[in-house]
Design a protein around this ligand. Structure first.
Ligand code: ATP
Length: 357
């Protein structure tokens, strides 16, 4: 049965130094939640507090409504998969999977049944007699996940489990973990700094920065409606373009903004003071030379032909760097220009404090 997890005003200090500043979060039973953020944002610390590997300085952690701050890690019904597989090198794959159950006192038939079931789910049956050194990185990570599965935990925690794998294998394992979630239906929390992993795997993404939640939401909600400039820049690849802007002087309706030296009239008034420095955001894939609103001709500085798409690095007429992502293959060259145009409904505006307005 899947469990809920609730964090109430969770604080973590190392000595006097706070690194997690009062996190409130509800994770529903069976949800796949991804903690994502840049290095040092506190995502691993948060996961380790949930696992019981790190003491909670303040606040309440609840699993299925019950406070577990002081509950030992082994009693929380949680299994964790780490970046380093931490397999026992002298034991076979079978023994690696069985060992924890045997020491916990499970009888042989039960151990065999659980190992076989995990091996079936992960398709590692043919590898059971091998030693870890005879496995590829992806196979080792599958065994590490298997070791979590045999415990039949209520909650799975993954701490950057794919970081040691090459790009192709990461994609493959990403799909396998997503399938595993569908098969088991367990509550899972997955930590990564990779926004693509977050977007592709999560039911719910928690974006963290400097020990604070910047936004919680479904992947496409974060993409379409980022709450702030940080989330807007973090989610999506290539990154959203940010251009300096301000409310145009002399416009009493507050609907005209100046972006890259051009005036643009918005549908609604902007909730910002005249002269306040604003940031105008538009994603590279939303720049469309045929669209109605335009900042004029951007000069092309570099072109990447990826086959399925073309990435164009440009400079706006006033010299700000801006990326354009076009579908398919394009005959365009450095030194030419491209209309930097877009649909206003696909643009964003951020205040001086970074909040979307
Ligand atoms: P990464 O992706 O680099 O692992 P992260 O987001 O997981 O980063 P954490 O490992 O949770 O970040 O660390 C959050 C902050 O807490 C960092 O500033 C880190 O230096 C600090 N920190 C982590 N562990 C300790 C510790 N044992 N003692 C002191 N400070 C620590």
């Amino acid at each position: 049965m899947a469990s809920s997890i609730t964090l109430e005003k969770i604080v973590k200090r190392f000595g006097a130094f706070p690194v997690v500043h009062g996190i409130d979060l509800k994770i529903e039973p069976g949800e796949f939640t991804v903690f994502v953020g840049p290095s040092g944002c506190g995502k691993s610390t948060l996961l380790r507090m949930i696992a019981g590997l790190e003491e909670i300085s303040e606040g309440d952690l609840r699993i299925d409504g019950e406070r577990v701050n002081e509950t030992a890690a082994s009693k929380r019904g949680i299994a964790m998969v780490f970046q380093s597989y931490a397999l026992y090198p002298h034991m076979s794959v079978y023994k690696n999977l069985a060992f924890g159950l045997e020491t916990a006192g499970y009888k042989k038939p039960e151990v065999q049944e659980r190992v076989q079931k995990a091996a079936d789910i992960l398709q590692i049956g043919p590898l059971l007699q091998r030693k870890p050194k005879a496995l590829s990185g992806g196979q080792r990570q599958r065994v590490a996940i298997g070791r979590a599965i045999v415990r039949e935990p209520k909650i799975f925690l993954f701490d950057e489990p794919l970081s040691n794998l090459d790009a192709e294998l990461r994609v493959q394992m990403r799909v396998e973990i997503a399938k595993l979630h569908q098969t088991l239906g367990s509550t899972m929390i997955y930590v990564t700094h990779d926004q693509v992993e977050a977007m592709t795997m999560a039911d719910k993404i928690v974006v963290l920065r400097d020990g604070r939640i910047m936004q919680v939401g479904r992947p496409l909600d974060l993409y379409n409606n980022p709450a702030n400039q940080f989330v807007a820049g973090f989610i999506g690849s290539p990154k959203m373009n940010f251009l300096s802007a301000k409310v145009a002087s002399g416009d009493s309706s507050n609907r005209t903004i100046e972006v890259a030296g051009r005036r643009i009239v918005l549908e609604k008034p902007v909730a910002a003071a005249q002269g306040e420095p604003l940031t105008f955001g538009v994603r590279p894939e939303h720049v469309n030379p045929q669209a109605p609103a335009s900042l004029g001709e951007a000069s092309i500085q570099l072109v990447e032909h990826l086959g399925g798409s073309t990435v164009v690095y440009t400079a706006t007429p006033d010299g700000q760097a801006a990326t354009v992502l076009l579908d398919g293959q394009r005959q365009i060259r450095i030194g030419e220009t491209i209309p930097f145009a877009f649909d206003l409904s696909q643009t964003h505006l951020f205040g001086a404090d970074g909040r979307r307005i």
